[in-house]
Design a protein around this ligand. Structure first.
Ligand code: HPA
Ligand code: ZN
Length: 355
């Protein structure tokens, strides 16, 4: 069957990425090079480094990879290299990186130095590729107590940088209901930081990550965006609430090099059909064996979607971002111009694009 939209169109349509973890974007070759420099032994060589067995094995390798970032220059390189890869693989225009500051403390780099390194990476990438970027200070729920989470947010506030615009919550959702972190989120909210949380992720059972977690993220954590969301599909009530709320979701199409979950595209499809505001993201692209363009092509191949949906996801990524209104307006112009040029090149009829 002919594809309803060319892979090349999907790769080249402009995108903002709202859900990717800096540690999960590291090229295996960069991890190996830095590990050698720092005398650190990796569990496997670069070629197979990211062949982890299960979700817990993934979280382990994520922290091991993170341990090679030890100086501001390492953070600069990580940010720059990911943007370079994503521009090539998926026409990235804007990215919002999660970083977990406590992953890096054991190697002696403090919060301000981490952020300074990442900000420099964003500056260099903006200069070289014209891509903008923001940072999200993330709390790993599997390893942080509620009071440690408060400390993470306090640190982000004490060393405030314009680029760090919000907080997130990652790790295994079974660690506890999101309300555990209510105090950290209230602090962030009072400080004017945006709030997102990994919620209803399908690597957890419905008991571990129930649909009601969405309501807690909304009502207790006051999230203004939600990462993942698949387990919400088990509750018509929660889906109806989410549709009415209009928050943007950041599901990810591809989940692992060895054990990809084939039902993801169908779940994302159901989220779209239920009327949620969906964006398409990569999560941990290097570790999952995916990239920005591949996330789109795999999803569209499974779902048989045409160019209209690609345009919707492209433009949704601007609306769901945490850019300010003037930056969003500038991106809308760029996206619409590039989409029109692509439509012409590929002979796709341009539907009236929302202004
Ligand atoms: N889920 C939970 N924790 C994570 C993820 C994820 O997708 N990526 C990095 N840490
Ligand atoms: Zn994630």
């Amino acid at each position: 069957m002919a594809k309803a939209v060319a892979d090349d169109y999907l790769r080249r349509i402009p995108k903002a990425e709202l859900h990717c973890h800096l540690a999960g974007t590291l090229r295996a070759t960069t991890v190996a090079e830095l590990a050698k420099r720092y005398g650190m032994t990796l569990p496997r060589p670069a070629e197979t480094l990211y062949q982890w067995p299960d979700f817990d094995g993934f979280l382990e390798i994520l922290r091991i990879a993170a341990a090679v970032l030890r100086t501001p220059a390492d953070f600069t390189r990580a940010v720059y290299e990911y943007i370079e890869d994503a521009v090539r693989d998926g026409n990235l225009k804007h990215v919002e990186f999660f970083f977990n500051p406590d992953y890096f403390y054991p190697n002696g780099i403090d919060y301000p130095s981490q952020v300074a390194g990442m900000v420099e990476g964003l500056r260099q990438a903006k200069e070289r590729f014209g891509v903008s970027g923001l940072l999200i200070c993330c709390i790993d729920r599997s390893t942080n107590t509620p009071s440690q989470a408060v400390e993470i947010v306090e640190t982000a506030i004490a060393h405030r940088r314009d680029q760090v615009v919000g907080i997130g919550l990652d790790g295994a959702e079974r660690a506890g209901p999101p309300a555990t972190f209510a105090e950290a989120y209230a602090l962030a909210r009072r400080a004017g930081l945006h709030r997102t949380a990994h919620c209803c992720e399908d690597n957890q059972t419905l008991a571990e990550a129930p649909p009601t977690n969405y309501l807690i993220c909304r009502d207790v954590l006051h999230c203004d965006r939600i990462d993942h969301g698949y387990n919400m599909l088990a509750s018509d009530f929660v889906m109806a609430e989410a549709r009415r709320d209009g928050l943007y979701f950041t599901p990810c199409a591809w989940t692992s090099l060895l054990h990809n979950r084939p039902h993801r595209p169908r779940r994302i499809r159901r989220m779209v059909e239920a009327g949620l505001n969906v964006t398409i993201n990569t999560d941990d692209p290097a570790m999952f064996g995916t990239n920005l363009g591949h996330g789109f092509t795999t999803l569209f191949e499974s779902n048989g979607w045409g160019p209209d949906k690609a345009r919707t996801f492209s433009l949704n990524s601007i609306e769901g971002s945490w850019l300010d209104e003037s930056a969003k307006a500038a991106l809308r112009k760029t996206f619409r111009r590039e989409i029109a040029a692509l439509d012409k090149e590929f002979g796709y009829e341009t539907a009236a694009l929302p202004v």
